[in-house]
Design a protein around this ligand. Structure first.
Ligand code: NAD
Length: 480
């Protein structure tokens, strides 16, 4: 059965699209079409931005509501989403190949928690603060919403990454035009239903399904006040150029090629550590920006580390994303599968030692699958160690001592995440402090709603989540 949508969610209503163009959604597990939706073109983006502008500029509107009232509206949105989490999770897995073991939590429950967390945060936050002046008297410092936000997200965590942007933006009093990725659109219709049912005022959230051109048009739109983007470094650079020219604030969450530093005292027992090691290195079929895909192993335990990751990789059940037994689903598109396979070929050509995987699973006749793959004896300067593969492919690299491990971890154009594995968590924190990266996990890697998430170097600009994620949607005004 396929799902066909005929309308767009713009300005709080289901509206007819400006043209007849459509986007087809495909299951990467079966290669079959699973639905289609209208493609939003420039005229649709104009309508969405105009609705967002009207909603923002309305003197009695969303931006003027007090924080408690907006918090209540966000909680109502969270409740409506919660009613739909199973259906949303299923649609996400159907379209992007995320194992159904993960999607109810990561794409269902997690976004709901993010909306609730920002509702609580903004309710506690004072809009105005009286600051004593240096020479007596007081200055009023106000937090005001930045305005109309263009939010652009990728396909790998479509609901979670939208929530990273919409929850703080809405809490701050902004209005939002969301441009989801063309690979994952069916789930956004359930999100739109939740928005409609939650009673958010018309125009506060609109959705424009489309590709790169639709995104670029939104980024440059004269009535947009801020852009929040998650995706590739190449697209982020192009968006940053446009925003630079327009002096438009922008948050960029981009690619990564993070390192797992296995210290010489690490517990590598897969019975105890397997879940955490999997979460930090293979989660969502390797299609996760923060994964530690470079494994830095001490020379003294090198063979054991290679063996541990090879065992982990070969133990993972590969299959249809909707099968509850599946731990590794397909790559999102045929083109992306080809790209991942291209890197595997490059690894071999560069002289790395293929320890496990490297091919397509023999038991699956359809779907864009790649076997979980581990390379050993990898040179940190080689392509498979420096470039983001975005698939289930790990590179194990030897190091001599802790300084060497930190040097290798930082020898990357990226700086989004990383992990340190050790029997001594204090030692792990000490190594984590030294790394030039936005986030690090010790003996695991789980982002925290309350703490800022983001990257340095080519991994991006700015932070999402935490109170910092809210301030990214607030301008400060001083009244002397
Ligand atoms: P992508 O950059 O191709 O696309 C992401 C989104 O941006 C899509 O909606 C796309 O239509 C749109 N887009 C592409 N080019 C654009 C442009 N020039 N102007 C405006 N919009 C544009 O990325 P992808 O392949 O969909 O996603 C995978 C990438 O996302 C990986 O590099 C991954 O590391 C990154 N990612 C980063 C984070 C993070 O938080 N740092 C999280 C998840 C994914």
């Amino acid at each position: 059965m396929t799902v066909e949508h005929r309308e767009l969610f713009i300005g709080g209503e289901w509206t007819a699209p400006a043209t007849t163009g459509r986007i087809t959604l495909t299951s990467p597990s079966t290669e079959e079409a699973v639905g289609s939706v209208p493609e939003a073109v420039e005229a649709d983006v104009d309508a969405a931005v105009a609705a967002a502008r009207r909603a923002f500029d309305d003197p009695q509107g969303w931006a003027s509501w007090d924080n408690a009232r907006r918090a209540a509206a966000l909680r109502s949105l969270a409740d409506e989403l919660e009613r739909r989490t199973d259906d949303i999770a299923r649609l996400v897995s159907l379209q992007n190949g995320m194992p159904i073991q993960l999607s109810p939590l990561l794409e269902g429950g997690f976004p709901v928690r993010i909306y609730r967390w920002y509702a609580d945060l903004v309710e506690r936050q004072a809009v105005e603060e009286e600051r004593p002046r240096a020479r007596g008297g007081a200055t009023l410092v106000r937090r005001e919403p930045v305005g109309v936000v263009g939010a652009i997200v990728p396909w790998n965590y479509p609901q979670g990454l939208a929530a990273f942007k919409l929850a703080p933006a809405l809490a701050a009093g902004c209005t939002v035009v969301l441009k989801p990725s063309p690979e994952t659109l069916l789930d956004t219709y359930l999100f739109a239903e939740a928005v409609a049912a939650s009673g958010l005022p018309a125009g506060v959230v609109s959705i424009v399904p489309g590709g790169r051109e639709t995104g670029a048009y939104l980024v440059a739109h004269p009535d947009v006040d801020k852009i929040a983007f998650t995706g590739s470094t190449a697209a982020g650079r192009s968006i940053a150029e446009t925003c630079g020219r327009l002096l438009r604030p922008v948050t960029l969450e981009l690619g990564g090629k993070s390192a797992a530093i296995v210290l010489d005292d690490a517990d590598l027992d897969l019975g105890r550590m397997g879940r955490d090691l999997f979460g930090a290195t293979f989660m969502n079929n390797g299609q996760t920006c923060h994964l530690s895909t470079r494994i830095l192993a001490p020379a003294s335990r090198y063979a054991e580390v290679v063996d541990t990751f090879a065992q982990l990789a070969s133990s993972l059940t590969v299959g249809d994303a909707l099968d509850p037994a599946t731990r590794i689903g397909p790559m999102v598109t045929a083109a992306h599968r080809d790209r991942v396979e291209g890197y595997i070929a490059k690894g071999r050509a560069e002289g790395a030692r293929l320890v496990t995987g490297g091919g397509r699973p023999g038991h699956l006749e359809r779907g864009w699958f790649v076997e979980p793959t581990v390379f050993a004896d990898v040179d940190n300067r080689s392509a498979i160690a420096q470039e983001e593969i975005f698939g289930p492919v790990l590179a194990v690299i030897p190091y001599t001592d802790e300084d060497d491990a930190v040097r290798l971890a930082d020898d990357s154009r990226y700086g989004l995440a990383g992990s340190v594995w050790t029997a001594d968590p204090e030692r792990g924190r000490a190594v984590a402090r030294r790394l030039r990266t936005g986030t690090v996990g010790v003996n695991g890697y789980t982002p925290d709603i309350a703490a800022p998430f983001g990257g340095v170097k080519d991994s991006g600009l700015g932070r999402e989540l935490g109170p910092e994620g809210l301030s990214a949607y607030q301008n400060l005004k001083s009244v002397y």
